[in-house]
Design a protein around this ligand. Structure first.
Ligand code: MCA
Ligand code: AMP
Length: 497
């Protein structure tokens, strides 16, 4: 039986290299390994195996987060990392959808979720409550076991729980280790949210698999991170396009000497990667001019990890996402489900491989609906040009990508419709230089009602994560609808102010 025991070879008793940096604290691979085993032992209590118990944790990037993720894995549980910036209704959906039985959180995060856990009858503990004093016997796990549930928005109202097995995670990591030449000497900052593949797999897991050093930041603290870049602390950098746009804007405010120190820090790196959303050619060119780095753009999705990437060695083409990663099968299909073999003809990207997720938790209908003839259907449309894939957009207008986050227009509409003055609404993503797309809500009010943007924004607070709150509202008499009564969102895009 293939088991998980050979994964993460550097996480062992004798490895004295620094695995994690958090402020002025460092943790070696050996210490991290021992801490993870103590956590796994504490989670097990008197059981031999957690048998896929769903254990959620609500914490930003930290030693505790890493201990929880790997501790749950080693004890045979399913890790459910929660979004630290979620509003309570969003956390409630995640906990109930994944049928979570235990939540782990410390300090302010424990306070935030305590009432909810008590209402849902879910045990809430801190890391120190659970951590065992020493490491006990841990189970041997087949690679086919379920390992993680991440939530992703789609063309349904509420986010779905994407279940990945240990084998999926293994495949998602090892393809990137090979394709991007991850190395023991690598050093990378991690400032992305840790409830998505980008931060969890591409940065944290790849870094620890390679034996590299990962520096943890609870959020994108631009000045602190750029200080470390100027000190030549890192040789690999991974971010969403919005972060590159923010840094380029920030550079304009710097003195020449400060700017030179930072751009030299980037220039000396071996790799800068952009992904999670389309990287505008303008940003690719600005980054090249400022830092000498040719951004490597890649394409992925929560359900599949990374699938297509520009090459590490070879031409990195602006505006394109490159070629299939090792072990990942990629094809384009037309509307009649025929494979497109010729170049320059757009079609839906479909994927096969060990990287592809197992199922949506508790939602067999959605799982079956996302496959066709054994191919996972991404809903993204691409074209192949001179051997490289270029993403053209998505087949659904109801999916918005903002700041690298995938948002469901339907979910935001569902919340807005609970406002007592709103009769109807439609949410769209409008092109935006900073965020890729910005959330705009077209709102039809009940008779005699008025609405100020700031009042609605304050009302949304606590009901949805900040990045979902519309950036702008447009009050409209009646939404445009087709003969079937469905709102025609493309017509709304034309009415954008
Ligand atoms: C925040 N704000 C926004 C957005 N986000 N406004 C519009 N659109 C948004 N998306 C607003 C806040 O409400 C606030 O407004 C102000 O901007 C500052 O917010 P803050 O959170 O401090 O901003 P930030 O820290 O600068 O965050 C921007 C960020 C962050 C660093 C780009 O959004 C981020 O980490 N994004 C990465 C997401 C990610 O990892 N995605 C990967 C998933 P006000 O001042 O008015 O209150 S995709 C994935 O995993 C797949 C597999 C893949 O391919 O990678
Ligand atoms: P998520 O579901 O949050 O994992 O987001 C996955 C989606 O992000 C994909 O289906 C694409 O629509 C989008 N995406 C990821 N990388 C890129 C990229 N390099 N260019 C364009 N879109 C991307």
């Amino acid at each position: 039986m293939e088991t998980t025991k050979d994964n993460f070879q550097h996480l062992n008793n004798d490895h004295s290299k620094v695995a994690l940096v958090e402020g002025s604290d460092t943790t070696t691979y050996a210490d991290l390994h021992n801490r993870i085993n103590c956590m796994a032992t504490g989670l097990l209590g008197d059981k031999d195996d957690l048998d896929e118990e769903r254990i959620a944790f609500l914490m930003p990037a930290s030693l505790d987060y890493v201990t929880m993720l790997f501790g749950v894995w080693r004890a045979g549980g399913i890790a459910v990392p929660l979004n630290v910036s979620s509003a309570i209704p969003e956390l409630e959906h995640a906990l109930t959808c994944a049928e979570v039985t235990r939540v782990v959180a410390n300090g302010e995060y424990a306070e935030k979720i305590a009432e909810l856990c008590s209402r849902l009858n879910i045990e809430l503990k801190s890391v120190s409550d659970i951590m065992g004093d020493s490491s006990g016997q841990l189970p041997e796990l087949s690679l086919n076991r379920r390992a993680m549930i991440l939530f992703t928005s789609g063309t349904t109202n509420k986010p779905k729980g994407v279940v990945s097995t240990h084998k999926n995670i293994w495949a998602q990591i090892t393809t990137l280790i090979e394709a991007w030449s991850w190395d023991y000497e690598d050093s990378i900052p991690l400032f992305l949210p840790l409830h998505h593949i980008h931060g969890i797999i591409n940065v944290l897991c790849c870094g620890l698999w390679a034996g590299a050093t990962v520096s943890l930041f609870p959020k994108f603290d631009m000045e602190a991170i750029l200080d470390e870049v100027a000190n030549h602390r890192y040789n690999v950098f991974m971010a969403v396009p919005t972060i590159y746009v923010k840094m380029i804007q920030h550079f304009e405010s710097l003195e020449d000497s400060q700017l030179k120190a930072i751009t030299d820090g980037f220039r000396k790196m071996r790799l800068n990667i952009s992904g999670s959303a389309a990287c505008p050619v303008k940003v690719y060119n600005q980054w090249l001019e400022l830092t000498g780095q040719v951004l490597l753009e890649r394409y992925g999705m929560t359900e599949i990890g990374m699938a297509i990437s520009n090459p590490y060695d070879g031409e990195r083409r602006a505006g394109a996402v490159g070629i299939p990663l090792p072990g990942v099968e990629v094809s384009l299909f037309d509307d009649d489900n025929n494979v497109i073999t010729e170049e320059d003809k757009p079609g839906e990207i479909r994927i096969k491989g060990d990287n592809v997720f197992l199922e949506y938790w508790g939602n067999q209908e959605a799982t079956e609906g996302s496959y066709h003839d054994g191919w996972f259907c991404t809903g993204d449309v691409a074209v192949k040009e001179n051997g490289y894939y270029r993403i053209m957009g998505r087949s659904s207008v109801d999916i918005i990508k903002s700041g690298g986050y995938k948002l469901s227009a339907l979910e935001i509409e569902g919340t807005l419709l609970t406002h007592e003055d709103i009769a109807e609404c439609a949410v769209i993503g409008a092109p935006d230089e900073m965020w890729g797309e910005a959330v705009i809500a077209f709102i039809g009010l009940k008779p005699g009602k008025t609405m100020e943007y700031d009042v609605l924004k304050a009302w949304c607070d606590g009901k949805m994560s900040a990045y979902k709150i519309p950036k702008q509202i447009v009050i409209i008499d009646a939404l445009p609808r087709n003969a079937m009564g469905k709102v025609t969102k493309p017509a709304l895009k034309e009415q954008l102010p």
